[in-house]
Design a protein. Structure first.
Length: 550
């Protein structure tokens, strides 16, 4: 009987000592850096392997980085595309030419110009909502005048399309103005009389535009306090971190009435997409250590995107409750005469909290991911599943512009046969023991069958989405913030961040300017507290025309 090979043991202190020896060696500096990075990686791996809950997937992600879920086009699909292009021939090129834009040349001939394709890198002028519009008029020419070209006898006329020139100029993030006011003093009573400020300048030290800029960069751009403070310092505008927090707290205080109104409106929404992501609150982490293990709860940032008619609401809630508990709170105040809401989520049990009636739908993106992650191990079986799900997503893209009733009927005609065939195939694979039930592929198949009713709600319920991607995109805003700022210090800070991020993302979802909206909200804090319904992110027209001056 062969003796079992003994696994060599390495202590972290030995690796640290080896790193110091490498630094003191005569090797080139580039080689020293590479060896140190390699040894640091080994040290990190040893540290992770000492924890029993570490997974191979996490190790692979740490070493090689995260992978995209986009699939490479297979050779079979590429051959089919080539055949279609060949079959199209000249007729296809003529169709593309007809779709192009007609332009007139100097000789008067009409040419066809192909429209710019996707990813051409040009933005339309309408995309610059924050641009200052300057009308430029001819000073010496007008419609009806003779053409300035000496060799031309034509007359000028008003062309339907203006020539848009877009210019970018730089300026500091915040601008500081010093008003040196002349002071006159009475020789008898010693009373001082400073000169008045210029017209339009208020006595506020921090204007609404300054508050909105800081709040947007911090919570909309994810900049940590120290980095933002250093950036302003480099621009000649010293601004302490504590003052930045006070200004953001003022913005959150102004937006609180609107935030509470949005929560009440979200409870009456048609579709609520929910999810959670990790959150650290230092105050709670210290308090948690004093509790028994069964009483400790983690903290997370819940994201809720609500579709209500033509409007969308993005809600963030940072704290100890899961998204399911936050949704249960919203639905407890729901108007009783409304139809049952659709709750779109992943299959996490915490998302089903609450006894309020609802229609539970599950996310196809989560189900697809389980097969995508093991596609290298089971290529043929996973290809069948991923191709079927890809067809459903293709049908979903074809329903854009349809009414809810037309979309439901279209999916019933096209997506339902594909999914029914997929379900039958998965059942046969498991029943005939062609797949090991406890393998990764078997678990992915059993997950899909277990949640089949929720996954196929879009085939029976109008307005039901097929995935949870909308709230995933909204939570990416907070993930960016977390990668830079790491944590909140207190629960009050998490609440302020939730309010401001809710207002910013709700503006973005409805195509409005978050900066201009925060300016108006900050200026009208008293009016917003009395009538928050007049200051919703999509209703306040004045916010669109707010000048961008600090």
């Amino acid at each position: 009987m062969t003796q079992k090979e003994e696994i060599p043991q390495t202590e972290p202190a030995e690796i640290e000592h080896l790193i110091e020896q490498v630094k003191q060696s005569n090797l080139e500096q580039s080689a020293v850096d590479k060896l140190e990075r390699l040894l640091r990686l080994i040290l990190r791996l040893v540290e992770l392997l000492q924890h029993k809950n570490v997974s191979l997937k996490r190790l692979r992600t740490m070493v090689f980085g995260p992978r995209t879920e986009k699939r490479k086009t297979s050779d079979r699909h590429q051959e089919e595309e080539k055949k279609e292009e060949t079959a199209g021939g000249v007729a296809g090129s003529e169709a593309k030419s007809e779709a192009g834009e007609k332009i007139e040349t100097d000789e008067g001939a009409v040419e066809q110009r192909k429209p710019a394709g996707k990813g051409h890198g040009r933005r339309p002028a309408a995309a610059y909502r924050g641009a200052k519009i300057v009308e430029c008029r001819h000073q010496q020419l007008k419609a009806g005048d003779q053409c300035p070209d000496p060799g031309c006898e034509g007359r000028l006329y008003q062309y339907y399309r203006p020539n848009n020139f877009i210019q970018f100029t730089g300026r500091p993030m915040l601008e500081v103005s010093q008003y040196k006011r002349e002071v006159l003093r009475c020789a008898h009573c010693q009373e001082r009389y400073p000169a008045p400020l210029p017209e339009g300048v208020t006595g506020e030290k921090y204007t609404a535009t300054a508050d909105a800029t800081i709040a947007l960069v911090k919570y909309g751009g994810g900049q940590p306090w120290y980095r933002l403070s250093g950036l302003l310092e480099s621009m000649g505008v010293p601004f302490s971190e504590s003052v930045m927090w006070e200004r953001c707290e003022a913005v959150a205080n102004a937006g609180l009435p609107v935030f509470l109104l949005l929560k009440r409106m979200a409870g009456d929404g048609e579709v609520l997409s929910i999810d959670d992501t990790g959150l650290t609150i230092l105050e709670w982490e210290m308090e948690k250590q004093k509790l028994a293990a069964r009483e400790r709860r983690g903290t997370q940032m819940s994201g809720i995107v609500v579709k209500s008619g033509r409007r969308k609401i993005a809600l963030y809630a940072g704290g100890r409750n899961h998204a399911g508990e936050n949704v249960a709170e919203l639905l407890s105040q729901r108007s009783p005469k409304l139809k049952l809401p659709i709750i779109m989520s992943d299959a996490l049990a915490a998302n089903e909290k609450g006894e309020e009636p609802r229609i539970s739908a599950k996310c196809w993106a989560h189900a697809r991911r389980k097969f995508f992650e093991i596609a290298e191990l089971f290529p043929e079986q996973c290809r069948i599943v991923l191709d079927a799900i890809g067809q459903v997503y293709q049908f979903e893209s074809e329903t854009r512009g349809m009414s809810a009733e037309e979309r439901l009927q279209y999916h019933q005609e096209h997506s339902e046969p594909v999914l029914m065939e997929l379900k039958q195939w998965i059942k046969e694979q498991l029943q005939n023991r062609q797949v090991e039930p406890n393998s990764a592929l078997g678990e992915a198949m059993r997950y899909t069958l277990r949640h089949w009713e929720g996954l196929t709600k879009f085939l029976t319920v109008e307005h039901c989405p097929i995935d949870n991607n909308e709230v995933e995109r909204a939570l990416k805003r907070f993930v960016l913030f977390r990668k830079n700022s790491l944590f909140f210090k207190t629960e009050h800070g998490a609440d302020c961040g939730s309010i401001i991020m809710t207002l910013i993302e709700s503006c973005r979802l409805n195509g409005r300017d978050p900066w201009a909206y925060l300016v108006i909200l900050r200026k009208n804090a008293v009016a917003a507290r009395k009538n928050p319904e007049l200051f919703l992110p999509w209703d306040h027209a004045e916010a669109e025309s707010e000048p961008r001056a600090a």
